[in-house]
Ligand binder design. Structure first.
Ligand code: SAH
Ligand code: DHB
Ligand code: MG
Length: 223
């Protein structure tokens, strides 16, 4: 049976081989740690997966829910063409400030915007404003709100858009129908919503790695 030390070693190996030394990303991680932010950003090889999905998607407009220090935002924004944009939503102004600094240091201040507020409010405002649809949405904030964020994502996308949700497994708790953990309840409600939603086709995948035993959901808006 493999376990966390093995998962860490394999992630370190993959990241060493395929991600490599990246002073900008390492600086962003260091700045987030120095500012006392929780160490819950996506892992380097996961960040690169987000990047590759955004590139494959040809995304020009990316929406992120849950910025933290901007680590995943940097990976995603690096996939954008020169005229692309990334909007990332964050509740905590301290996190947003760190993220703005990190995005600027990455040379992405011109394409990435960090918007402070409850994501539910920011998303409602975007729908109200009738903004152009996003090509990719990455949902990675408070897990109890996942169903609400996903519903809003459906209103803010177009046929062919990709919606990604992080942390949908959480050590396997998602399979526990009796769980009263609000994060689990929210993630199960997300899956029920998706299952009943004819406008998306989706799958969820379990992962192990430096972030433990978790997983993500990928949903494509039907075209
Ligand atoms: N995507 C980031 C990690 C995000 S961690 C990365 O991988 O680099 C989750 C973030 O969601 C935290 O910064 C937290 O402050 C934020 N958050 C929590 N509740 C929120 C809410 N209601 N609205 C917006 N952001 C929220
Ligand atoms: C937590 C949140 C995340 O988005 C994540 O990737 C890992 C952990 C958390 O709130 O503990
Ligand atoms: Mg996450």
């Amino acid at each position: 049976m493999s376990s966390q030390p093995t998962w860490d070693a394999v992630d370190a190996y993959f990241s060493e081989q395929l991600v490599g030394h990246d002073p900008v990303l390492e600086g962003a991680t260091a700045a987030a740690a120095a500012a006392g932010l929780p160490k819950i950003a996506v892992a380097p090889n996961q960040g690169k997966l987000l990047h590759l999905l955004a590139v494959t998607q040809g995304a020009k407009r990316i929406l992120e829910v849950g910025t933290l220090g901007g680590y995943s935002a940097i990976w995603l924004a690096r996939a954008l063409p020169a005229d692309g944009t990334l909007l990332t939503l964050e509740l905590d102004p301290r996190h947003a400030e760190v993220a703005r600094g990190n995005l600027a240091a990455a040379g992405l201040a011109g394409v990435a915007e960090v918007r402070v507020g409850r994501a539910a409010d920011s998303l409602a405002a975007l729908v109200e404003q009738g903004v152009e649809p996003f090509d990719l949405v990455f949902i990675d904030a408070d897990k109890p709100s996942n169903p609400e964020y996903f519903r809003r994502a459906l209103q803010l996308t177009r046929p062919g858009s990709l919606i990604i949700v992080d942390n949908v497994v959480r050590g396997g708790a998602v399979a526990d129908a009796d769980s009263t953990d609000p994060a689990v309840v929210g993630t199960r409600a997300l899956h029920e919503l998706i299952a009943a939603e004819p406008t998306v086709t989706a799958t969820s995948v379990q992962t192990v790695g430096s972030k433990g035993y978790d997983g993500f959901t990928l949903a494509r808006v039907r075209g």
